[in-house]
Ligand binder design. Sequence first.
Ligand code: SAH
Length: 349
Amino acid sequence: MKNFKKNIRNLSKEELQDFFLSNGISSYKGTQVYKWLWEKGVVNFDDMTNLSLSQRSLLKREFIINHALINNKKLSNDGTSKYSVKLYDGLIIESVLIPTTRRVTACISSQVGCSLDCIFCATSILKRMRNLNSDEIYDQILLMNHESLISYKRPISNIVFMGMGEPLMNYNNVLSAIKKLTSTEGLKMSPKRITLSTSGIPKIIKKMADGNVKFKLAVSLHSAIQSIREKIMPFANKFPLEELLDALLYWYNITKSIVTIEYIVWEGINDQKRDIEALVEFCKKIPSKVNLIQYNPTDNFHKSEANKEVLNAYIKTLNFSKIRVTYRKSRGYDINAACGQLANKITSN
Ligand code: SAH
């Protein structure tokens, strides 16, 4: 028989209050159910202990709770954990927890697969299967928080949208998950601890700035020379670097939040003096800091990271121009949990 029950998580707080009112029960029960669903993250009506048995039965008759589940977990030698998370329709995404002495960072996915086609990224092979809805993004964060409490004995402190997918191609859902996450009805997380990483979609960067958002922005640049960028990030042919720069300036002028430029240096791609100079020129135009990322080899891209001398030349030249730069070592490499390696290598059951 077809299941006609509705997913209770599609209801707003007001709709839940109305549901109880229309059943002759105080609307306050709706507020309590909303808290169970979004603050405490319960996935069974029987765990809503301040509801009477008959109120729980009423909910069970009318609704189901669609939710994501942890399907598999792998632990790296460096303490990083990678999870495959099964969505209500059986599709799988991946999320990663990265502990340090002071933080636990959750790396969150925004799409199943990815809309873009960066040739060095394992996720791009998957193509985009679908966007995650905002509940699924939020669920993923609740699951990671729960796992962090179990594995690292503390809640997650930071969130980076650097998992599978391009968050700006699913912007509305990502934004509403962040809103819930930072609200007093959610995990009450400070937006300053959230970073959204994008390959750079100028129009949506401007829209984000207009929305007066308070989280941080990181942009995967990888080359400040248009022709080279298009080779490694083919979608970038639609978005000339000048347009990206213009959008980043717009973002900075409104938010006053400096942009992190993510950049991998490969041998034979962007290891020349002119590549370094182009990056310096780009960064001089926009208040930014550069994060050089260690390249994690993937099956589909047979290039190596540039040698130490080239990396040092980048660091020296950026420092000389008073542009902040750090080099980010990979975590979780042995379990394919590092940046660009998320491609469902752990099988679903
Ligand atoms: N689509 C978004 C977020 C997902 S990728 C974006 O492009 O920013 C998260 C980060 O991992 C990006 O900076 C991306 O460029 C980087 N990345 C992708 N493949 C990588 C690889 N093989 N090694 C290291 N970093 C990689």
